[in-house]
Every structure is written in structure tokens, then in C-alpha cells.
Write a protein that binds this ligand. Structure first.
Ligand SMILES: Cc1cc2nc3c(=O)[nH]c(=O)nc-3n(C[C@H](O)[C@H](O)[C@H](O)COP(=O)(O)OP(=O)(O)OC[C@H]3O[C@@H](n4cnc5c(N)ncnc54)[C@H](O)[C@@H]3O)c2cc1C
Length: 313
């Protein structure tokens, strides 16, 4: 509830590109808006993009953080309330309320879920402990740190292959462990990898354990076909095995696809009336800044029309 006990017009869950666009449009269309973000700053995935973003029409940025800063300059003086470090842990989709990790509950006339995606993890021993201690975040960001070292990249899609190529410019040796027999990434990348003197693919191979003293030293792997075990001496590991939508708290509340992405209709509305969704959390096929920003805007336009209609009933 608002401090005066009134409902907000719209609650936006998530302060990435989609959520910020939705909040901006709420102000434009004179809808009161509360934006809830679980992290301590806005921007979502943009904060972890270290490559230039040159394909979002209207703005080019040296990296995601710069684009995020441009977004914040445009939204900072807009009228919406934002609460950072506020994770939504449950929603009531009939009453349109959101319950947060600090025990608060907020009500609105409509809701937009823009909780995005997170990187998948392997779920193996050592993965949490060695994050930042040899488990690196990005080829672009960490290339200098692996100079003349041995790196294992885990994954077989575009992100894994592209990062392996970037890391190979500096590293002594780059292994790529992929659970399938063939890489799924673009030919452009797999062709370069095939003849690369520093890159060695390990297909049909899964990672079982990461170990070391204070930092990554060894990685235990297993060939899925032969069951053969292999221990690599590695200084760094980069995990790129895809992403998962942040929708755990919505299971049983909204229709989701088999991978947990939210199903929406052409207006961005979910299986529940007045609950909308936007951005990567609805978009497994074409997640981009432009689609996130566009779908956030479209959801608010649809909500404005729906609320106007219900006001006239
Ligand atoms: C390495 C990399 C490079 C990329 N390069 C490009 C590029 O060149 N061009 C391009 O167009 N796109 C690029 N993208 C994709 C682009 O960054 C995303 O499509 C876009 O930022 C998605 O925005 P979003 O708001 O939908 O989701 P996110 O950015 O994922 O934002 C979701 C937000 O919701 C918050 N949240 C999650 N759960 C909760 C909860 N329960 N309660 C409250 N808050 C919650 C999260 O903390 C996050 O801030 C790249 C992505 C990556 C990772």
C-alpha cells in the first residue's frame, strides 16, 4: 500500500531494462508505480555486460553499466517509488499483492513481472567457494587475469565459445568442456575453435568438482560416454551453461513454459488478469535490451487501457 493506504496503480517487480522502461512509462501515463528490486542497485544484467552495446537503437555504450547510467539519467527524476534490496518472495495474483523479504506487503491494481534471468550454475562442489577465487565472470573482464594461465570454459553455446576465443588471446591454454558431442554455438565461433592452437575441446564431458587451496587449482571431469575420469590442472574456470528465468516464486501462480519462462498474450498479459510480464523473463529466444525496453513499455500501455476500461465499468 501507499503510505496513505491507497493501492499503487502498478507494482513492477525487477529493476533491469524492462522494469525501468515500465516505470518510466507509468510516469508518462500518470500511473502511480512502485518498483521493487532485490539488488542494491538498478540495472539487472546490464551491470554484468562488459562488451560494448551497439545494437540498441538510439544509444551506443561502451558496456552495460554505461547504458544503465544513461537509463538512470532518464528515469531519476521521474515519479515512481523504488525500493532497492527488496526481494519479492511471494505474490497473490488474485489480490495483486507482492510480499517482500523484509516482511512488507504491497498492493496494486496491476503488476508487471520483469525479474529477468540469471546464469545457470553447475551445482557442484567448489562452485560457490571458488567464485571470485579462480571462477571468473567474463572473458572480456578477466582476460588479463589469465595471462599465460590455463583456463577451463564450461558450456557449448555462443557465450561459452565466444568467451573461450577471447580468453585464448591471453591464456596459455583454454579447455572447453561441453556435455554434448557437438557444440551448439554459431559456426563462426566453432570454426575458429576447430583450428585454434591454444584451445582444446573436451566434448561429452561433465565437470564434477572444482578444488584447490585458496584458489582454483584442479578440476575433476568425467567423459559421459566412456565414464573415464580426468583431472585438469587449471588456474581459472568460466561457467557459461545458459540462463534460467527468475520465476521460482511464481510456480503454481502463473502459466509458465517447461523452462520456467512466463507465458504471455500479445499484450504482455499473463495467464492472470492484470498481471503482466516483460523482458527476458518472457523471452527465451530473443533476449535483448531493445525487446526488454519495448515489452516493458507495451505492458504499461496495455495496463493503462485496461485500468481505464475497468474505471468506466
Ligand atoms: C554478457 C551479456 C552481454 C549482452 N549483450 C547484449 C547486447 O550487446 N545487446 C543487447 O541488446 N542485449 C545484450 N544482452 C542482453 C540484455 O542485457 C538483456 O536482454 C536485458 O538487460 C534484460 O533486461 P530485463 O530487465 O528483462 O532483465 P534483467 O536485466 O535480468 O533484470 C531483472 C531484474 O530483476 C531483479 N529481480 C529478480 N528477481 C527478483 C525478485 N524476486 N524480486 C525483486 N527483484 C528481482 C534482478 O535483480 C534484476 O535487477 C547481454 C546480456 C549479457 C549477460
Amino acid at each position: 500500500m501507499n503510505e496513505d493506504g491507497e493501492k499503487f496503480d502498478v507494482i513492477v517487480l525487477g529493476g533491469g531494462a524492462a522494469g525501468l522502461s515500465a516505470a518510466l512509462w507509468c510516469d508518462d501515463l500518470k500511473l502511480s508505480c512502485l518498483l521493487l528490486e532485490k539488488e542494491s542497485e538498478l540495472g539487472g544484467q546490464l551491470l554484468r555486460v562488459y562488451n560494448p552495446i551497439e545494437n540498441h537503437l538510439g544509444t551506443a555504450a561502451r558496456d552495460g553499466r554505461e547504458l544503465r547510467d544513461i537509463f538512470l539519467r532518464q528515469t531519476d527524476n521521474r515519479r515512481f517509488i523504488k525500493r532497492l534490496t527488496t526481494e519479492v518472495i511471494a505474490v497473490n495474483v488474485e489480490k495483486i499483492t507482492a510480499e517482500t523479504s523484509d516482511g512488507a506487503r504491497f498492493a496494486a491494481r496491476a503488476m508487471i513481472v520483469a525479474t529477468g534471468v540469471r546464469r545457470r550454475s553447475l551445482g557442484i562442489e567448489g562452485e560457490d567457494y571458488f567464485r571470485g577465487r579462480g571462477i571468473i565472470e567474463s572473458g572480456k573482464k578477466d582476460a588479463a587475469a589469465v595471462k599465460n594461465k590455463t583456463v577451463l570454459v564450461v558450456g557449448g553455446g555462443d557465450a561459452a565459445l565466444e568467451n573461450a576465443l577471447i580468453l585464448a588471446d591471453e591464456a596459455k591454454k583454454v579447455y572447453i568442456a561441453h556435455r554434448r558431442a557437438e557444440f551448439r554455438g554459431r559456426e563462426e565461433f566453432s570454426d575458429k575453435i576447430a583450428g585454434h592452437p591454444k584451445i582444446e575441446p573436451l566434448t561429452e564431458t561433465v565437470v564434477e568438482r572444482i578444488s584447490g587451496d585458496q584458489k582454483v587449482e584442479k578440476v575433476e571431469l568425467k567423459n559421459r560416454r566412456t565414464n573415464e575420469a580426468l583431472t585438469l590442472n587449471a588456474d581459472a574456470v568460466l561457467i557459461r551453461i545458459g540462463v534460467a528465468p527468475n520465476t521460482e516464486f511464481l510456480h503454481g501462480k502463473l502459466a509458465l513454459d517447461d523452462n520456467g519462462y512466463i507465458k504471455i498474450n500479445g499484450s504482455g498479459e499473463t495467464s492472470q488478469t492484470k498481471i503482466y510480464a516483460a523482458g527476458d523473463v518472457v523471452n527465451p529466444l530473443a533476449p535483448t535490451v531493445s525487446t526488454a525496453v519495448g515489452s516493458g513499455a507495451a505492458a504499461v500501455k496495455a495496463i493503462a487501457a485496461a485500468l481505464r476500461l475497468s474505471a468506466h465499468k
